[in-house]
Design a protein around this ligand. Structure first.
Ligand SMILES: NC(=O)c1ccc[n+]([C@@H]2O[C@H](COP(=O)([O-])OP(=O)(O)OC[C@H]3O[C@@H](n4cnc5c(N)ncnc54)[C@H](O)[C@@H]3O)[C@@H](O)[C@H]2O)c1
Length: 358
């Protein structure tokens, strides 16, 4: 039987989610709710399913097994909490919450109610990303001591109709989470960080020509240390385009060689390896990859985990650790002091097709 899902928040990303959910027989999308009723009506008209008049109505529907929370950042905590309190499993877009205390409260609530809580990003489940993780875990690079992670994410107002919430939270919280999710999935919990943040480009203009000013930082450099793993230097900004030479990838540098994942987001990213001091050459993925990203891939893994009782690869505990890193980043940037991290989680297994191939 497919797992029955209802989406809360029918904005920009709900379209790709709805399309991708329909490709998987393990999943069934049965309804929609948005604060703006016209949006939920439009989604139900396009994809089929019910229109809920309120979050309470959606949560009161016994058919709904999983709440898929695609609302905007500052609503995540409230919606996830309401879903869990109503006895539903919850899968949320990132970040799980804006504060670590809140993220941990949600993890504890799910555990107390024996419900499954999961949170994006799921991009580390992509073919190129899993291949990179497998090579690092298998020691192809020797001990990995330095990692450069780049998030040159350009200017949100150049493509998103409502950029304000993205600037209110900044590039680490919006997109820094992608390499952070991959690096913590690979190396486990981080232990300490130091960060610098500033606002490079405060005065901006929306697509409609409306000027707006940002107050939160739009540029971060973070040094992240792991309990067991390398030193990571992560740059995240909403100013430099991804077309830059540094792009939006991750470079792993080990005693024996280096691995360059050109893009932490796209499953079909180019992956290259070089022995120390030698030129890079492409490495094929462990299985052919789809183009870009399947937004439902985490939900499929989650559905299988719920139905078989095996540990899921995308978990609330992992997401809460990422929220602790995000919070510590802002604290360190403010105080100019290192911040020790305290939370922990069990890193996910690689995908079955990776281990079968090994
Ligand atoms: N846009 C992207 O490319 C993208 C990619 C990956 C992840 N995300 C994540 O997805 C989330 C949504 O992003 P988006 O771009 O779709 O934003 P959006 O502003 O386009 O859509 C958010 C929708 O949520 C609705 N909403 C807000 N609060 C709500 C509430 N309490 N109850 C019900 N509906 C509510 C809004 O009315 C809106 O329709 C964000 O957390 C973002 O981090 C977005």
């Amino acid at each position: 039987m497919p797992l029955k899902l209802a989406i809360v928040g029918c904005g920009n990303i709900a379209g790709p989610y709805s399309q991708d959910i329909k490709k998987h027989p393990e999943l069934e999308l049965i309804g929609f709710y948005d604060l703006d009723a016209r949006r939920s009506q439009a989604f139900a008209a396009e994809h089929g399913g019910k229109v809920y008049a309120s979050l309470e109505a959606l949560l009161a529907d016994p058919e709904v097994e999983v709440v898929v929370n695609l609302t905007i950042f500052d609503a995540h905590y409230r919606v996830v909490k309401a879903g869990l309190e109503a006895g539903k499993h919850v899968y949320s877009e990132k970040p799980l919450a804006l504060k670590y205390r809140e993220a941990q409260e949600l993890v504890d609530l799910a555990k107390a109610k024996n419900l499954r809580l999961a949170c994006a990003p799921i991009t580390f489940l992509g073919e190129a990303q899993q291949t990179a993780m497998k090579l690092v875990r298998d020691g192809k690079l020797g001990a990995v001591r330095a990692v450069y992670a780049e998030v040159n994410h350009g200017r949100i107002e150049s493509w998103h109709p409502n950029p304000a919430p993205f600037y209110a939270v900044g590039p680490m919280l919006d997109v820094g989470v992608y390499p952070l999710a991959l690096l913590t999935a690979l190396f486990g919990p981080a232990k300490r960080l130091t960060a610098f943040a500033t606002t490079l480009y405060p005065h901006r203009v929306t697509k409609e020509g409306q000027p707006f000013t940002i107050e939160a930082p739009d540029f971060y450099v973070v040094n992240l240390e792991f309990q067991q793993g390398p030193l990571v230097r992560l740059t995240a900004n909403f100013y430099v385009s991804g077309q830059t030479l540094q792009g939006e990838g991750i470079e792993f540098h080990g005693d024996l060689g280096s691995l360059r994942l050109h893009n932490w987001f796209a499953a079909n990213s180019l992956l290259e390896y070089a022995d120390f001091n030698q030129p890079y050459a492409p490495i094929p993925p462990l299985r052919p990859s789809e183009v870009g990203i399947d937004w439902a891939r985490g939900l499929v893994d989650y559905a299988q985990a719920i139905q078989t009782g095996r540990p899921p690869r995308v978990t609330g505990e992992h997401a809460a650790h990422v929220v602790e890193i995000l919070e510590a980043t802002n604290q360190s940037a403010r105080t100019h002091q290192p911040v020790e991290l305290t939370s922990s989680f069990t890193p996910p297994a690689l995908m079955d097709w990776v281990d079968i191939k090994a």
